[in-house]
Design a protein around this ligand. Structure first.
Ligand SMILES: Nc1ncnc2c1ncn2[C@@H]1O[C@H](COP(=O)(O)OP(=O)(O)OP(=O)(O)O)[C@@H](O)[C@H]1O
Ligand SMILES: [Mg+2]
Length: 600
């Protein structure tokens, strides 16, 4: 609970002082308004009963005070709401920033649907924390103001209310843990639901292709049922709590009425005091609010806890402490060791599974089959082009990602443009590199916006120049709205070759000193291939480039070729040198390219 509170305080951030001043102030003034109204009722009754003219002056004073405090209440209520909205806005921005700081490995092991649910449902549940804070503050302050008020009017009723408050407190405590547990399960089930829904939407082509609709529907129905079961269990506990709460509230009300009537008849309680106590005590209400607020707070904390796992996740550091070599090359990589963190992934999937012991053995078995890079070394002169070729799954894309600092290496040294890797912050490093990945991501927006993401400061002419260099200008102009054409989610309205050319234009507009190009494996028609090759030739001129090559034209243009197998360089040299070696490259060449060249 204290940890949860600390986290909420972190989320409230710079608005802490404002929030925690306005909240109690709002509650105190609200209670004062209630009490002054009750007191006015007493004075009014006393006046009619005893015709005491002195009461009229008091009544006027009390009524005026009530009006003033009511106006004040409205102003503070308004300011308080404003702070809450400020806080929500800041939390959304803060969460977005936290997500941006997450390392690549987090995204690989966390489903995007789960992250989206953290953004939406869990951020929303933080707002319910505020609602519950208000309820708790309001009822506690009301009790602190009303109990003394009732005590002053009549000690017997005051004592009774104290007794009811104590019972409430004890009853509350019993509901805290079970409701918290149940709500945690609800949120987990909801995250599964959003994962499955997002999968059905994003993977719709595969769903249709493989007639997966009924299979997915069955899976989804099961998850919905789980969701229903967990909600229902929580609702039952909640109903029990509400029921007990009503019993207490009604008993308190009934007892006040019965005792009030007896005392008035016996003459030990003035009728005006009785009216003020019965209308103004409102303790039954405060108690009921408090009863539901504490377990509800637990529910809200269950959501903020899921958000907390995101905030607590290890973030990408500012820079990696990787030494360089002595050389003054464009890129120099020596003795690099790396393996993907599979263990973490397993832990993450089982983070809520308390019984983890059985997993250890499976994990170590799995780890032994894990993809590893060990003792990888290669270098390129400044301005030269290195082609990485090899079998699928050999580790070529992984090497590009390591150069970009998307993953931390285990050991080894990397020199970039004559400077050690550790001399650059990751941001500076990535600023120097243009990366065109194998499956370039196209954002949902216009073509223009997509190119502009390479350099948001670029002007119109630069955008067009980049598109011309990437051989994309003509096809862009042929689109219905030219540069303003919407490309759809992930660029779904474009062909594979068009997407790649936009990604190249995006890399060109960035004007990096190092280019990392991961060619798409999907074969392009020879016309598109030539267009892309021409674009790259122009752009790669004088740039240090690492090209993961699937096309012969790219390979032949390279100054050096490395054959990558099982995470290591097994052959290195120029096209002719490698062919004469009659090794891996030789067989790749005759398997993949020789026929094609003969044909054309
Ligand atoms: N995020 C990841 N977590 C764990 N293993 C991964 C991850 N990404 C890739 N791998 C594994 O690393 C190995 C190398 O993958 P990589 O993508 O580097 O191959 P590649 O040489 O680029 O293949 P291709 O030519 O098919 O693109 C593969 O066995 C793959 O299963
Ligand atoms: Mg690859």
């Amino acid at each position: 609970m204290i940890k949860d509170m600390k986290f909420i305080l972190t989320l409230i951030g710079k608005n802490k002082a404002k929030y925690f001043t306005l909240l109690p102030l709002w509650c105190i003034i609200g209670s004062l308004v209630d009490i002054s109204l009750s007191y006015a009722l007493k004075l009014l009754t006393d006046y009619f009963m005893y015709k005491n003219s002195q009461n009229i002056t008091n009544l006027i004073i009390i009524f005026s005070a009530t009006i003033i405090t009511s106006i004040l209440f409205c102003i503070i209520f308004h300011l308080h709401n404003k702070v809450k909205e400020d806080i929500l806005r800041d939390i959304r921005i803060m969460t977005f920033k936290e997500v941006q700081k997450l390392p690549s490995s987090y995204f690989k092991s966390t489903h995007s649907g789960d992250l989206v649910s953290k953004f939406n449902a869990d951020t929303q549940s933080v707002t319910t924390v505020f609602g519950e804070f208000e309820n708790i503050f309001e009822s506690i302050i009301a009790m602190f103001i009303r109990i003394p008020f009732v005590l002053l009017l009549d000690v017997r009723f005051g004592a009774m209310l104290l007794g009811f408050s104590a019972v409430t407190g004890i009853l509350n405590a019993l509901f805290i843990k079970p409701l918290r547990e149940k709500h945690k399960v609800i949120l987990e089930n909801k995250a599964v639901l959003s994962k499955e829904a997002s999968e059905a939407v994003t993977g719709f082509t595969a769903v249709k292709m493989f007639s997966l609709s009924s299979h997915l529907l069955k899976k989804f129905t099961n998850s919905v049922q789980d969701n229903f079961n967990s909600e229902w269990k929580a609702k039952k506990t909640y109903t029990l709590q509400r029921g007990l709460n009503n019993i207490i509230w009604n008993s308190s009300y009934l007892l006040t009425t019965i005792l009030g009537c007896i005392f008035v008849i016996k003459g030990t309680l003035e009728p005006g005091n009785y009216l003020a106590i019965s209308t103004g005590n409102g303790i039954g209400w405060s108690i009921s609010v408090l009863i539901s607020a504490l377990p509800n707070l637990q529910k809200a904390f269950a959501g903020s806890n899921r958000l907390k796992t995101l905030y607590d996740a290890q973030k990408e550091p500012d820079r990696y402490q990787i030494d360089g070599t002595e050389s003054d090359m464009g890129l120099d990589v020596q003795d690099l060791e790396f393996s993907y963190e599979i263990e973490k992934e397993n832990n993450k999937n089982n983070e809520n599974n308390e019984n983890n012991n059985t997993l250890d053995n499976e994990e170590s078995d799995y780890t032994s089959y894990q993809f590893k890079i060990s003792g990888l070394s290669f270098s390129i002169n400044k301005g030269d082009t290195l082609a990485l070729v090899g079998d699928s799954g050999g580790g070529k894309s992984t090497i590009a990602k390591l150069l970009l600092g998307l993953y931390m290496i285990n050991s080894g040294s990397i020199q970039v443009n004559g400077q050690a890797y550790k001399d650059y912050s990751l941001e500076e490093l990535r600023d120097q590199m243009g990366y065109v990945p194998q499956d370039a991501y196209i954002f949902n927006g216009t073509i223009r916006e997509n190119i502009l993401y390479g350099n948001t400061d670029a002007d119109e002419q630069q955008i067009i120049n980049a598109a011309i260099l990437a051989n994309a200008h003509d096809f862009i102009l042929a689109q219905p709205d030219g540069y303003e054409t919407y490309v759809g989610e992930r660029g779904i309205r474009l062909s594979g070759g068009q997407r790649q050319r936009i990604a190249i234009a995006r890399a060109i507009i960035k004007n990096p000193s190092i280019l990392l190009l991961d060619e798409a494996t999907s074969s392009l028609d020879s016309e598109s291939e030539k267009l892309i090759q021409d674009a790259l030739d122009r752009f790669m001129h004088n740039k240090t480039s690492v090209v993961i090559a699937h096309r012969l034209s790219t390979i032949l243009n390279a100054d050096k070729i490395c054959y990558i197998k099982d995470g290591n360089v097994v052959e290195e040299g120029t096209h002719n040198e490698l062919l004469s070696k009659k090794g891996y490259y030789h067989s790749l060449y005759y398997r993949e390219f020789a026929n094609k060249t003969n044909e054309s």
